[in-house]
Structure formats: C-alpha cells, structure tokens
Design a protein around this ligand. Structure first.
Ligand code: FMN
Length: 345
C-alpha cells in the first residue's frame, strides 16, 4: 500500500497500518513502568488514538509467566492497542507473537529494537537489533509468518499488523537506522517507528528529527513511519509532523502526568489553538488513574506508584510543593482524597 502524503495534507489524519485503520495519528509510546493499562485508559479518555503496552519479554511469555501476562491486559476503553515484545531469537519471538495474538488480540504487535538498557542489549534484544539488521530481518520474517500461520489456524478475522521501533543506531559512529529499516520492510514489517537517538545517547541530548525526515524520504510511502522523541507540547507535535512528514507521532515523557496533551494537540493541529487544563481537572484525572491502578495492583502498591505520577499531575498548580510533600507519605486512596479535595472544584 502506498501511503505517500503530499505536503500540505492535514496534519491530523487517520492512519492505516497493514489492514488496521486508526482514527488519528497521535499515539502513546511504549514506556516501561508507566504505560500500564491504567495510564493507557486515561490517555484514551484524553483523546489518544493508539496506545502501546510497555515492552514485554518474549522469553517470559513463552514460559507462561503470570506476572508478565498481566502487562498484556487491555483497558476497557482501549479499543485498539499495540503489544510490544522484546527478544533476540526468531523462534521465541514467533511463539510469543502467537501467544499474544491468542490471549490479547491486539491490533499491532511491535518489536522493540531500541531499548538501551544493559541487561536487555547484552542478550541481543532491544537496541542490539538496530545494530544487527540481519538478525532484525530474520526476526521480522519469522514473526510475520508466525502471525499469518496462527491467523489461518485460528481463523482470526483481523490479524495483527507487525511493526518495529528502532533507534538511529548504536552510537554516533554507527548509525544503522537505514539498514535496519530496509531489512524490516524487506521482511514484511507494516510500519516503522524511529526514536532518532542512538543507544549511547539513552534519553539525553536532542532527538535528531532530520534523521526521521530522511527515513520518511527513504521509505517513500511504502509503509507508514512514526516519529518519537522530544514532543513535549502541541507545538512540538506540529513541528515534528511539519518538519519530517512522518505519518504519526508518539508521546512518551511529554504525556507522563500530562495525558491532556493528546486532545490539546488534536485541537492545535485542527484549529491552531488549544484549551488549558484546570488544576481541578488535572487532579481529578490523577485520582481516576489511581483508582484504576488500585484495581490492578491493590491499594498499597498503587498508592506508592502513584506518588511520582501525581507530582507530574500537579506540575504548575499553585500549592504544588505542599501537595507533593503530603502525597509522598500517602498510603491509601482516602489519604490522597483528603490532600487533594481542597483543589477540586
Ligand atoms: C521511562 C521510559 C521507559 C521507556 N520504555 C520503553 C519501552 O518499553 N519500549 C520502547 O520501545 N521505548 C521505551 N521508551 C522510549 C520511548 O518510547 C520514547 O521513544 C522515548 O522516550 C523518546 O520520546 P520522548 O523524548 O518523547 O520521551 C521508554 C522511555 C522512557 C523515558
């Protein structure tokens, strides 16, 4: 399918990935330890068009690890989502893809080729795959055919699309995004996301959007290209779409504690302005996320995990430092409500 866009096309638009149609092009990125189903659910409420789970170990899935399985669960309001898996061998990744298809029925299975964490890369997974396009190609080919075979066996009506998420390379002297992208296309990937930082950069420095623009040129509409990196405001989102002509954008750190960025960006792309979010709205949304997290993790763990997330929700609110001081000691939902009630209209 040719997805080439002409310059001047509306910046907010539907996206097709393989046979999957998405209503818009504003996505939530995979974020380990953060894009769990409570946060993804909140992002859906706030206008996000497509969500990604955090990366899930293919080895653990194949071993039938119950804890890992929980990461796959879909939120009630999450009609379409992507499950991201990581691993280093085609066989295990293929088995994991089959497992995910049958258990979670996602619209997309995404392969992590960008994680820079030592314990992941030393196994040949994550960013090691951007550095090793041949192995990346083998994995894409194997997983693609595993998905096709499984769809035939189970007579699934809509098979998931297969996508990859890469970095620009290992380090500044080893930029392999081009070879990685070509290997993925050749072996059947349905879309590519690029986070244009190297493994060596981690999350430091600036994402190099010019590389993203070059990838869009290289792919030339054969499959969609998605951009990730340094989108912290609706203005950043518009700039990335305009400067790179990528098909969709992913918010990661810019959405943490600020899921409102999806609807604000949609407004900004369509009308050139967007509405501010009131402190009361921020706090109510944070409390809703806490309620959802409690369902999945229990009150004690959820209240602890939510402390950091609430600091982000209260950013810019008058009295935020007082709120944070109290929240870091909160152990129950009622503690949170008591602290936050004065700020809710
Ligand atoms: C805490 C954290 C966890 C992340 N976890 C994942 C992950 O599980 N899979 C993945 O592909 N990328 C992961 N990323 C990378 C993001 O998806 C994104 O590509 C990157 O943060 C650049 O976007 P940003 O500058 O808007 O944050 C993570 C990033 C952060 C900060």
């Amino acid at each position: 399918m040719n997805t080439t866009k002409t310059k001047g096309t509306a910046l907010y638009h539907p996206v097709n990935i393989g046979n999957i149609c998405l209503s818009g092009n504003l996505f939530l990125a995979p974020i380990a330890g953060y894009s769990d189903r409570s946060f993804r659910s909140i992002c859906c409420d706030c206008g996000c068009n497509f969500t990604y789970t955090e990366m899930v170990s293919s080895e653990a899935l194949v071993r039938d690890n119950k804890k890992t399985e929980k990461l796959l669960r879909r939120a009630q309001n999450e009609q379409q989502y992507a499950v991201q898996i990581f691993g280093s061998t085609p066989e295990t990744m293929g088995l994991a893809a089959r497992y995910v298809m049958n258990n979670s029925k996602p619209s997309v299975i995404d392969i992590n080729c960008g994680c820079p964490v030592q314990k992941i890369i030393k196994t040949g997974s994550g960013a090691s795959l951007t550095r090793n396009p041949e192995q990346l190609g083998r994995i894409v080919k194997f997983v693609k055919s595993a998905i096709e075979n499984e769809a035939e066996i189970t007579q699934i009506s809509t098979r998931p699309a297969l996508t990859i998420k890469i970095r620009s390379g290992w380090d500044q002297n080893n930029l392999s995004w081009k070879e990685a992208a070509l290997a993925a296309i050749e072996n059947g990937a349905d879309a590519i996301t690029l986070h244009p930082r190297t493994r060596a950069q981690g999350y430091e420095g600036k994402a190099d959007w010019t590389i993203l623009a070059q990838l869009v040129e290289l792919i030339h509409g054969q499959i969609p290209v998605f951009g990730s990196g340094d989108i912290f405001s609706p203005e950043d989102a518009k700039a990335m779409l305009e400067q790179t002509h990528c098909d969709a954008i992913m918010f990661a750190r810019g959405a943490m504690g600020n899921p409102f960025i999806f609807e604000q960006t949609r407004q900004y792309l369509l009308h050139g302005t967007y509405s501010e979010v009131s402190p009361s709205q921020r706090i109510k949304t944070g409390l809703k996320e806490l309620e959802l997290l409690i369902i999945d993790k229990g009150e004690k763990i959820a209240c602890r995990e939510m402390r950091k997330r609430f600091c982000a929700y209260t950013k810019g609110i008058q009295g935020a430092s007082e709120i944070r001081k109290d929240i870091v000691l909160s152990e129950t939902f009622d503690n949170y409500v008591k602290i936050l009630e004065p700020y809710i209209e």
